[in-house]
Design a protein around this ligand. Structure first.
Ligand code: DGL
Length: 270
């Protein structure tokens, strides 16, 4: 039994990489639904159905525990899945909460009432679907008061990354940062609320300036998964090595993944 890691496409590989480093003995099965990417321009019902299909595929591969390494799926589908779809012997976790706990200076799973925190002006960069769900603001309000969030829907960035077009992705990131800064000139923190965006982290940081702290999810999710597995060792079983599955064209997806992660990755058909 391995841990499943799911994303609409390549972005979740940033999470897989961090998990592999933090938990090198945990076997992982990655599933990228590249045939249906991007999710960020779809409506919530569509994202819910596609995410359920992919999670079922990972359950069939022996992963009782699945991490949605996709903010769009976490924002638009996770709560509904937990209420209607996930059976008692399986677990599906999202990527929002570890990030918000870090931003609000909380220990994992600290559910005490919301309080004032150090950061007051936060820039959120995410897909259009994640921004319109307002899931980030909702989760933040459970933990912090007095934080102003300005959200920028970053249309086109996921498509450019999935197409392997780094120049276009870079140009789009710069223009999205400029657009946000017109509305919030001096954010103290910026959240990369899409798992594709760490692949462009240096571009975000350069466009935002050195005085803006950029929060990216991969290491935070890896740490919180490590903590979860310590508390729930039953969710971890036998298995060896990592496996990469895609609903897209395996050769094409392997070559884009290898380009972005700068190491050889070989996908198989899902
Ligand atoms: N990596 C996904 C996320 O974190 C991208 C969603 C998409 O396919 O648009 O939101």
């Amino acid at each position: 039994m391995a841990v499943g890691i799911f994303d609409s496409g390549l972005g979740g590989l940033t999470v897989l990489d961090a998990v592999s480093k933090r938990l090198p003995d945990v076997p992982l099965v990655y599933l990228g639904d590249s045939r249906h990417a991007p999710y960020g321009v779809r409506d919530a019902d569509d994202v819910y159905q596609l995410t359920c299909n992919s999670v079922e595929r990972l359950w069939a591969a022996g992963c009782d525990l699945v991490v949605l390494a996709c903010n769009t799926a976490s924002a638009a589908a996770l709560r509904r899945m937990q209420e209607n779809f996930v059976p008692p012997n399986k677990r599906v976790l999202g990527v929002f909460v570890p990030l918000i706990e870090a931003l609000t200076e909380r220990q994992w799973g600290d559910n005490s009432p919301p309080r004032e925190v150090g950061v007051k002006h936060v820039a959120l960069f995410a897909t259009p679907a994640t921004v319109s769900s307002r899931a980030f603001q909702r989760e933040l309000a459970f933990r912090a008061i007095g934080v102003d969030v300005e959200a920028q829907p970053c249309g086109g960035v996921v498509d450019a990354i999935e197409d392997g077009d780094e120049m276009l992705a870079e140009a789009l990131v710069k223009s999205h940062v400029e657009a946000l800064k017109r509305r919030m000139p001096k954010p103290e923190a910026a959240v990369l609320g899409c798992t594709h965006y760490p692949l462009m982290e240096q571009v975000f940081q350069a466009a935002l300036g050195d005085d803006v702290r950029v929060y990216s999810q991969a290491n935070l999710v890896a740490d919180s998964l490590g903590d979860y597995l310590t508390r729930h060792p039953d969710m971890l079983g036998e298995g060896a090595g990592n496996q990469f599955l895609t609903t897209g064209d395996p050769d094409r997806v392997s070559s884009k993944a290898t380009q972005f992660l700068r190491r050889k990755i070989t996908f198989e058909p899902a």
